[in-house]
Ligand binder design. Structure first.
Ligand SMILES: Nc1ncnc2c1ncn2[C@@H]1O[C@H](COP(=O)(O)OP(=O)(O)OP(=O)(O)O)[C@@H](O)[C@H]1O
Ligand SMILES: [Mg+2]
Length: 294
């Protein structure tokens, strides 16, 4: 018999009609905070981020925009301590990761779901082992995490790929495996780097709705990197809501202003050029922003 997992917080994104319970109250404390963070690379020499500051609050989905090479993936790598800044401080849940040892950072990273831009699957492990990896690192045995891995694969429509090797997957299937790997074990913080690139639009919408459900019903904090404005509009204008009698509703924002817990951060030339709600973003006059809008 399969033992049940004990992975801290228990929310189950599939149980839409179940008793997932109300999300915890959203308090205004930053889950991620960058303070005056700068980083340069030598080859070619360039200051990619120049005194960047921003906060991502509990339960917020923060969309990270910017032209190619503007430093979006660099911000993701800094957030999980894969890179260290030259200057400035980075905090996760109030803890300064820029002051932590590698060992402390490794531990922290195990609790963060990350979809890397380039999937980065382990080629010698099966799909299931790839998805289970973060939990296995925490000391769980594969048979203990099997149920959780199957549930997560089902969420992304890949239940049939459980025993497949990465070399047998299409591009879209690899991407979905990478997404499942980020979602497994119900992390409270998920970082998505261009998660829908290479996915067909129907699957892309499904993944977006999954992320919105985690945002709206489970208070999951996330960072979502993209260059696709259609994606941003969808994420910032729809939301999930549970009625008092437990039904799940998926709705469009309509005229109710700033209801959705999604904000935009836009980078250009090493600086933050926009930090605020999507409503303000769509009406922004800045030419850097305008050129991004259709
Ligand atoms: N390890 C590295 N060594 C040298 N340069 C790097 C390194 N990592 C990133 N860069 C450079 O930093 C800049 C920002 O890279 P980054 O990958 O963060 O951009 P991005 O905004 O994610 O772009 P894209 O939209 O194409 O994914 C680029 O010019 C890149 O070449
Ligand atoms: Mg990138």
């Amino acid at each position: 018999m399969m033992r049940s997992l004990s992975l801290g917080r228990h929310h189950t994104a599939t149980e839409d009609t179940g008793a997932a319970g109300p999300p915890s109250p959203l308090v205004d404390r930053p889950v991620i905070e960058f303070r005056e963070v700068s980083i340069s690379f030598d080859d070619p020499p360039r200051r990619v981020l120049d005194r960047i500051s921003f906060k991502v609050c509990k339960g917020e989905m923060r969309i990270l925009l910017g032209p190619t090479g503007s430093g979006k993936s660099t911000i993701l790598r800094l957030t999980i301590g894969l890179l260290r800044p030259d200057e400035g401080q980075i905090f996760l849940n109030g803890q300064e990761i820029t002051a932590m040892t590698e060992e402390e950072i490794l531990k922290l990273r195990q609790r963060i779901g990350v979809v890397f831009q380039e999937d980065a699957l382990f080629t010698s492990l099966t799909v299931a082992e790839n998805v289970a990896y973060r939990l296995l690192e925490q000391g769980y045995a594969l048979e203990d995490v099997e149920g959780e891995v199957r549930r997560t694969l089902r969420l992304v429509g890949l239940e049939h790929a459980y025993g497949m090797m990465p070399s047998e997957l299409s591009g879209g299937m690899s991407r979905r495996t990478a997404i499942a790997r980020a979602l497994v074990g119900n992390p409270e913080l998920i970082l998505y780097d261009s998660p829908l690139s290479g996915l067909d639009p129907v699957i892309g919408r499904r993944i977006s709705r999954l992320a919105m459900r985690l945002r709206d019903l489970h208070g999951v904090t996330s960072m979502w990197i993209t260059q696709n404005m259609d994606e941003v509009r969808y994420l910032a204008s729809h939301f999930y809501e549970r009625t008092t009698d437990g039904r799940l509703l998926f709705r469009r924002e309509g005229d109710r202003f700033c209801l959705i817990n999604t904000k935009i951060l836009m980078l250009a030339e090493g600086r933050v050029i926009f930090d605020g709600t999507d409503e303000l973003f769509w009406s922004a006059r800045d030419p850097h922003i305008r050129q991004f809008l259709p």
